[in-house]
Design a protein around this ligand. Structure first.
Ligand code: HEC
Ligand SMILES: [Ca+2]
Ligand SMILES: [Ca+2]
Ligand SMILES: [Ca+2]
Length: 254
């Protein structure tokens, strides 16, 4: 067992097995030959169905942000050449051959830019991997079931703390153009701020959401201006802020 790799174990180098070895390569390099052997043996003993996890994903969305774009190819290349971590290897396997390699980046780019074939299922909706392999998907946030309801959980916060100013005729509408009473969801999500070069709410990204900075007093750090919200009222308590943060992290769903 001193030898390392698939050959001395008498295992044929099927694409599936090569995939497992490549995936394990980065961590095994530091761990040394003995450890690598153990990992390889362990990988062989795991029945291939163990990989059919419950975490749903969208193929080709390698950085799991809910969008298929250039960022996915970049994430993949960073992973291959710089060992950048990925939370869902299955999603990065754009051509679904059980390997994460440069062919997936090419598949992704040719789909985006030259009308190449679309990724196979699960795509474009969330789902499980229909073809078994050694790749893992430990987490994929944009396919997790949202637990926060905008109408039930978030709007009541605005009603209690904000609409005294942010309703038609109020100073928050007059001076910042933000109505949090009438159709507040569509006034926030993906809508540019009137004060800073950010969206008011950017799904999945509190730090790119100007509203989040206005609530935390960090509006100046992102090129914004004015008071911390709510003006005149006490700041929102930690639990309320955490709820708003979670809502944004889950994708700012309606
Ligand atoms: C007492 C009135 C008042 C209250 C209460 C208030 N605001 Fe404001 N809000 C303003 C005014 C006036 C501005 C513009 C001047 C400034 O930013 O200081 C503003 C600006 C904003 C902006 C910037 C909008 C943009 O497009 O850049 C956001 C976001 C905001 N408020 C959110 C809130 C939230 C959320 C609450 C409740 C937690 C709240 N405000 C409570 C008066 C208020
Ligand atoms: Ca993506
Ligand atoms: Ca692949
Ligand atoms: Ca697969």
């Amino acid at each position: 067992m001193g030898q390392v790799g698939s050959y001395d174990l008498g295992i044929p180098t099927t694409p599936l097995f090569t995939g497992a070895a490549r995936e394990l390569g980065a961590s095994a390099k530091e761990a040394g030959p003995m450890r690598l052997t153990l990992i390889l043996v362990a990988a062989l003993l795991v029945p291939s169905t163990a990989d059919a996890g419950l975490q749903e994903f969208v193929r080709s969305d390698c950085n799991a942000d809910g969008l298929i774009d250039l960022g996915d190819a970049i994430q993949l290349l960073n992973h291959l050449f710089d060992s950048a971590p990925i939370s869902c290897s299955d999603a990065c396997d754009g051509n679904d051959d059980g390997l994460i390699d440069i062919a997936d980046a090419i598949h992704n780019l040719s789909y985006l830019f030259t009308f190449g074939p679309a990724p196979t299922a699960p795509f474009p909706d969330c789902g499980n991997d229909p073809t078994d392999d050694f790749l893992d998907c430990t987490s994929f946030d944009s396919c997790s079931v949202a637990s926060i309801s905008y109408g039930l959980d978030i709007q009541p916060i605005w009603d209690a703390h904000c609409t005294i100013c942010h309703a038609p005729g109020g100073v928050g509408v007059l001076f910042a153009g933000l109505d949090l009473e009438t159709d507040s969801y569509n006034a926030l999500v993906g809508v540019p701020s009137t004060q800073a070069p950010l969206s008011r709410v950017e799904p999945f990204d509190p730090n790119a959401s100007y509203l989040w900075h206005k609530l935390n007093g960090t509006q100046l750090s992102v090129g914004g201006t004015g008071q911390t919200m709510p003006i005149m009222g006490p700041p929102l308590d930690a639990a309320t802020l955490a709820l708003i943060e979670q809502w944004i992290l889950e994708g700012a769903n309606p």
